[in-house]
Ligand binder design. Structure first.
Ligand SMILES: NC(=O)c1ccc[n+]([C@@H]2O[C@H](COP(=O)([O-])OP(=O)(O)OC[C@H]3O[C@@H](n4cnc5c(N)ncnc54)[C@H](O)[C@@H]3O)[C@@H](O)[C@H]2O)c1
Length: 432
């Protein structure tokens, strides 16, 4: 089939590359010409394990085309995926749909032959209706079907998630569009039980409900971790004990910093906003957002407590700053408010992240990127293990820090508290 991905970011690029790998011809369009130029040189602009190899293979086979020419890409494709960003609108909780609607307006001018238009971007319930309204002239002539096909891939494991999805949700009441999408996804899902055809609005809401539920699990275990700290219980035992119950499941039950990233924070906020629009009080989601916001401050206070409130001139090293491992994405990473606060208190911050230096932390006085773990840790007063990259799992802190007294704050409970005690390292974890 001939596909067009509009927006070549984390979702559009991964989906486009994976669809091309099963034999489709995929036009990947982006208005960011720099991104397109990089991709045409075989340079992947994001950090996503395994992506470059598949991209290069399919580019060579001419199944992948990177372009900023939307018209050409749309005319040559049967299925158009909208994969642009849907960030939070400034000073509100609502999803900013300006990029989505702007694409719909462009499509209105280009389409002359039947196309399936799909929102892969995460969009609030009824967005599909609004897109259809923009395209009403084409809809009347039966030249378009507007479908919702939300994406569930996780950054860092995106290829695996896309190729072996738990489920594919397709929201449409058009038999024609449904049949086409089923055959598009067939090589990926293989088991047809994983393909769900729902209403368009249902598909839109499934995505938000899923993300809000996962955010709830994280916030829940984080709050239980707070209780564990006071009650002298190890949160790892609780996660294990709870997670072994199949009704609960063990994933997203690891205590740590506030959740961040490009999805959970904005999607929980947008769901609350949707609830308000439909006069429905989503009180659980509201308290999750509130709990997560509080957690950012709580962990900052914990750092202050560990260092005895004397933050000035203390060397604080962050190992990992991204919101999760195996991605370079810094959107709403909890390290950002922490580093900014500590910086204001005149601490000397160093950080190392396997995905490289971060734009978000450039220009801050006394915040420096180090390109090795050892240069970041040398003579540190406190090392904060913020993101659980594999690179940080077997470190010899005494050798790295080369100092008599230092502290470790392991925000991901990567190390054994018992072993740290044996090594006489001043060690702090979460919920222990
Ligand atoms: N990142 C994830 O892990 C993830 C997972 C599931 C769903 N989603 C959802 O997918 C959507 C995209 O997320 P993302 O992380 O890939 O975003 P992103 O910011 O990485 O990429 C969006 C891309 O769209 C491009 N763009 C914007 N307007 C355009 C236009 N008119 N024409 C062509 N290109 C345009 C931008 O230049 C950018 O490259 C969001 O709605 C997000 O919530 C993201």
């Amino acid at each position: 089939m001939k596909l067009c991905m509009i927006g070549t970011g984390y979702v559009g690029l991964v989906s486009g590359v994976c669809f091309s790998d099963v034999g489709n011809t995929v036009y990947c369009v982006d208005k960011d010409q720099k991104k397109i130029d990089l991709l045409n040189k075989g340079i992947v602009p994001i950090f996503e394990p395994g992506l470059e190899e598949i991209l290069k293979k399919n580019y060579k086979q001419k199944r992948l085309i990177f372009t900023s020419d939307l018209k050409k890409a749309v005319i040559n494709s049967d299925i158009i995926f909208i994969c642009v960003g849907t960030p939070t609108k400034k000073k509100t909780n609502s999803a900013d749909l300006k990029y989505v609607f702007s694409v719909a307006k462009d499509l209105k001018k280009i389409i002359k032959k039947y196309k399936i238009i799909i929102t892969k971007s995460t969009v609030p319930v009824t967005t599909g209706d609004k897109i259809e309204k923009i395209l009403s002239r084409l809809k009347k002539k039966k030249l378009v079907d507007v479908v919702s096909n939300p994406e569930f891939l996780r950054e860092g494991e995106a290829i695996r998630d896309f190729i072996y999805p738990d489920r594919v949700i397709v929201g449409t009441d058009s038999n024609k569009a449904n049949r086409t999408l089923k055959s598009l996804y067939f090589p990926i899902i293989k088991k047809s039980s994983r393909y769900f055809n729902t209403s368009r609005k249902g598909a839109e809401l499934i995505k938000y409900a899923s993300n809000a539920f996962l955010a709830t699990k994280i916030s829940f275990i984080n709050e239980i971790a707070n209780l564990c700290e006071k009650a002298g219980v190890d949160i790892k035992d609780i996660s294990l004990g709870m997670g072994s119950d199949q009704r609960i499941g063990d994933r997203f039950l690891r205590a740590g910093p506030a959740y961040g990233g490009s999805c959970f924070p904005k999607d929980t906020r947008a769901l609350i906003d949707t609830g308000n629009k439909f006069k429905t009080d989503l009180s659980i989601v509201k308290s999750v957002v509130n709990s997560n916001d509080k957690r950012k401050t709580l962990l900052i206070k914990r750092v202050e407590k560990i260092l005895g409130s004397k933050l000035k001139n203390k060397i604080i090293t962050f190992l990992g700053v991204t919101f999760k491992p195996n991605t370079d994405d810094m959107r709403e990473a909890s390290s950002i408010p922490m580093i900014k606060y500590l910086n204001k208190k005149y601490s000397k911050i160093r950080y190392y992240d396997p995905s490289g230096e971060k734009e978000d932390l450039k220009g801050l006085n006394n915040v420096n990127y180090c390109d090795t773990i050892s240069s970041a840790c040398l003579k540190a007063d406190l090392v904060i293990l913020h993101t659980e990259w594999n690179d940080f799992k077997l470190l010899n802190f005494k050798k790295l820090i080369k100092k008599q007294k230092f502290k470790i704050f392991d925000m991901r409970n990567m190390y054994s508290a018992f072993r740290m005690k044996k090594l006489k390292i001043d060690y702090y974890g979460i919920g222990r």
